[in-house]
Structures are given as C-alpha cells and as structure tokens.
Write a protein that binds this ligand. Structure first.
Ligand SMILES: [Zn+2]
Ligand SMILES: [Zn+2]
Length: 158
C-alpha cells in the first residue's frame, strides 16, 4: 500500500497555481497518478490508469495536461530511446539517464554532473539551460569493451 504524502501533492498544486494555471479535476488526477506511480510513464499508460477513475476522459486531454505540466516545469518529458515519450514528475532531486544503444542498459546519473555545463552556457552564451531530465545515448562499459575489441581485430585484419 502506497502511503500518500498530501504535502507533496499540495506543493504540486501550488506550483500549478503559481504557473498561472487552474486546478481542474483532470489536472489533479494526473498529478496524483504521476505521484503515486513514482516512475516514468508513457501518456498511454497514464491514460489507462486515469480512465479507471474517469471513464470518459479523452487521451488528448491527457496529452494536453502533460504538455502543460511540462511547460511549467512540473513534469519532465523524455524519449528513453524507444520512440515513446515518457513523463515523470520533477522532484527536488533531478536525475538523468545514460542509455546504451547496443544492449539497452539504462543508468541514472546525478544532476550535479550538469552543473558545470549549465554554468558554462550561462557564462559564455547567456543561455539559461533547462536540463530537467536528460537522456544521453552511447555505449555502456561492457559494450564499449566489446566494440573496442572488434575495432582492434578489424585494424589487425586491415
Ligand atoms: Zn528519469
Ligand atoms: Zn551496453
């Protein structure tokens, strides 16, 4: 049984209002479902959950709500590499992902890694980068070892 943290939801509601948005039942429901889910979820999965409570809810309402929440910085939208847009509540602790293109390995990394990048962009470009939830694609340690082995073998042959 997931224990609810009304203070967290209340904070989210406040942030929505602070963003100049009305607190509609649909928006409250979607925030509540995202909070209870606690992980990345696709709009379709979220829609299925929401429909259990509001059978007449339209999927375009879910998309519009998620996009609004994303625009005011409550929700992060990321494509984790499978072409499906995933949404997650942005908590106090931001995180990002390293995703292996070869084996699909996913690792979460700390937000502090990007402080330097933010500062550099601020100082050199006067650009305030909004790095909410980043997916970086590449090769994991295992796959990198394998591909380096492959390259070395190729060089020997060639
Ligand atoms: Zn994430
Ligand atoms: Zn890999």
């Amino acid at each position: 049984m997931v224990t609810h943290q009304p203070s967290t939801l209340a904070q989210l509601h406040q942030r929505l209002r602070a963003g100049g948005q009305r607190l509609t039942p649909q928006r409250m429901l979607i925030l509540e479902l995202l909070d209870a889910h606690g992980d990345h979820i696709s709009a379709e999965e979220l829609f299925a959950l929401a429909q259990q409570r509001y059978p007449y809810l339209n999927i375009s309402t879910v998309y519009r709500t998620l996009e609004l929440l994303r625009d005011i910085g409550i929700v992060a939208e990321t494509d984790l590499g499978n072409g499906v847009r995933h949404f997650a509540l942005l908590g106090d602790q931001r995180h990002h992902h390293l995703i292996c293109l070869q084996c699909g390995y996913v690792e979460s990394v700390d937000d502090a890694l990007f402080d330097e990048l933010r500062r550099t962009l601020r100082e050199t470009k006067q650009f305030e980068a909004r790095i909410d939830h980043l997916a970086l694609f590449g090769l994991c340690a295992d796959c990198r070892d394998q591909s380096q082995g492959g390259q070395a073998a190729g060089m020997n042959q060639g």
